[in-house]
Design a protein around this ligand. Structure first.
Ligand code: F6P
Length: 525
């Protein structure tokens, strides 16, 4: 499947990326502008034949047909028998989208209008704090978005409680006024143990403070019945359908906390940005299609060069949660060991995704990126402009650092250059040894996505870009990117272990290690 790509990898194994810039057109030829974003992938080993092979791979895999099937509401999530239609949540013109012959758009737009009405009501009320209780896709999206769009935040304070660790909710509630706090229970299934446990604790906190739960809870879920059973009135329940995957859900009801924070208009701008990326993804030829090219660079690094990880490095402090958000989106989607037909995947699945914002990461793990023995393809993101006009010099330093890192990764520093650096301090063996520690191999690939400014519309474009990238990589890998069976086993075992931890059940049927750990917990009382 990837033989042709790997043959290219063998062909270029001695080549240096910086030498490719002998071609004065390289930067322009290996970058793409769309929707005001510039995606520069010229600091990689991609050349014209490699790109052609990758594009042919995308064509053979049927990316275009599968994309069209997704937008058309076909049940491409085969293992769960579901359509995949997060794109419908930002289909603001309401053009019909059919699932089982039924147009879903009237309901989507009706829910959006209800969310807007409630957000406006809450923003105008005396509510000072909104606590979103949810985990995974019911947390990461709005939490990441609320931080990313902090300059647009003019509503009540928003907090995000996700962990079943009581520390999370305890620390959050500690500073809040129960009379002025509203809880959003965000759970697609409304059964997730972490969320249900935290929701019950929130209810108990209100009661302990003499506040009725009436009107204080909002539910976001596909399980309307369970939400109402929890005691949330129907007008405060916002439903969505099973064709919205948890990790793709921040565009609909799961985004309510973000909408409350930034206001309905800004939230619409966010949706508009994503919709623009959807249109680009649908209409642009594969060779000029940003999500497709981003995916092909990913396939090249993972399947071609065998790099098992990718670092996402936003030079944008407000994008601090973006790597975590992408970890779920990418790794829950493409971290699968079987192909669509259930056969073993004969090649590596999607890569490990990780990262931290720059410049902080530079003072932590970049050492390994520059001089470690593993090659880590890096994806830089940076805004041309910041939001703080008085601090333009900060932003200039930020941009300079971002560009410096990709340049350093590519160019490196040769032994001769290192010798010259320390030649006046050392001689003989000491000079050689000192110089070798200062060598940077260089030739390390990176891409840069640069955007004008991190406003709601731009954030929408960036997230949708990555969503479609994950989709394209999944199609090429012949993976179902929309199920997540790999999270189930741990949940089942935790349910069985609960009574053993609390002492209500004897420690039985456990391996020696697990039994020993349980005994240690019991000994501590
Ligand atoms: O355990 C994984 C998962 O199912 C994610 O896919 C999902 O985003 C998260 O749990 C939360 O699920 P829910 O929204 O149903 O509470």
């Amino acid at each position: 499947m990837f033989e042709a790509v790997q043959a290219h990898a063998a062909r270029i194994s001695d080549r240096r990326i910086d030498d490719l810039f002998a071609d004065p057109d390289r930067a322009g030829d290996f970058s793409l502008s769309a929707l005001g974003l510039l995606f520069d992938y010229s600091k990689t080993q991609l050349d014209t034949p490699i790109r052609a092979t990758l594009l042919a791979l995308a064509e053979q895999a049927g990316v275009a047909a599968r994309r069209d099937a997704m937008f058309a509401g076909e049940k491409i999530n085969a293992t769960e028998g579901r359509a995949v239609l997060h794109t419908a949540l930002r289909n603001l013109d309401g053009a019909p989208v059919l699932v089982d012959g039924q147009d879903v758009m009237p309901e989507v737009l009706n829910t959006l209008a209800r969310m807007e009405a409630l957000a406006a009501e809450l923003r105008a009320s005396g509510v000072t704090d909104v606590v979103n209780i949810g985990i995974g896709g019911s947390d990461l999206g709005p939490a990441m978005g609320a931080l990313a769009l902090a300059p647009y935040h003019d509503g009540p304070r928003c907090h995000f409680v996700s962990n079943v660790d009581g520390a999370d909710i305890a620390d959050t509630l500690a500073g809040l006024d129960p009379h002025k706090t509203v809880f959003i229970i965000a759970s697609k299934t409304f059964t997730t143990i972490e969320t249900m446990t935290n929701a019950a604790t929130a209810k108990a906190w209100l009661a302990a403070n003499g506040v009725s739960g009436e009107g204080r809870f909002i539910a976001l879920s596909t399980a309307m019945d369970l939400a109402q059973e929890f005691g949330i009135s129907a007008d405060r329940v916002f439903g969505f359908e099973d064709w919205v995957g948890g990790r793709y859900s921040m565009w609909g009801p799961i985004g309510l906390s973000l909408m409350i924070a930034i206001g309905p208009e800004n939230f619409r701008a966010f949706l508009r940005g994503a919709q623009a990326m959807d249109t680009h993804f649908r209409d642009a030829p594969l060779a000029q299609n940003m999500p497709v090219l981003l995916a092909l660079v990913g396939i090249w690094h993972n399947q071609g060069l065998g790099c098992g990880t990718r670092a996402v490095l936003p030079y944008d402090n407000r994008m601090a949660r973006f790597p975590a958000y992408l970890q779920q989106m990418e790794m829950e989607s493409n971290g699968k060991g079987v192909a669509m037909d259930g056969s073993d995947l004969p090649y590596a699945s999607g890569p490990v995704v990780w990262g931290e914002p720059g410049t902080n990461g530079q003072h932590a793990f970049y050492q390994l990126i520059h001089q470690g023995t593993r090659v880590v393809p890096c994806e830089f993101l940076v805004a041309a402009q910041g939001h703080e006009p008085d601090l333009a010099h900060h932003h200039q330093l930020l941009v300079a650092n971002c560009l410096a890192q990709s340049e350093a990764l590519m160019r490196g520093r040769s032994l001769a250059q290192a010798r010259a650096m320390v030649g006046d301090q050392f001689t003989g063996d000491a000079l050689e040894q000192q110089a070798r520690h200062r060598v940077f191999p260089g030739n390390r690939p990176s891409t840069t996505l640069i955007y004008p400014k991190l406003d709601p519309e731009t954030l929408g474009k960036i997230i949708a870009l990555y969503e479609h990238r994950v989709f394209v990589e999944g199609v090429i890998l012949n993976i179902n990117s929309y199920d997540q069976w790999g999270v189930e086993l741990g949940k089942e075992l935790a349910t069985a272990l609960g009574p053993m931890v609390s002492g209500q059940a004897a420690i039985e049927g456990k391996d020696g290690s697990t039994a020993q750990l349980l005994r240690f917990v019991h000994q501590q009382g």
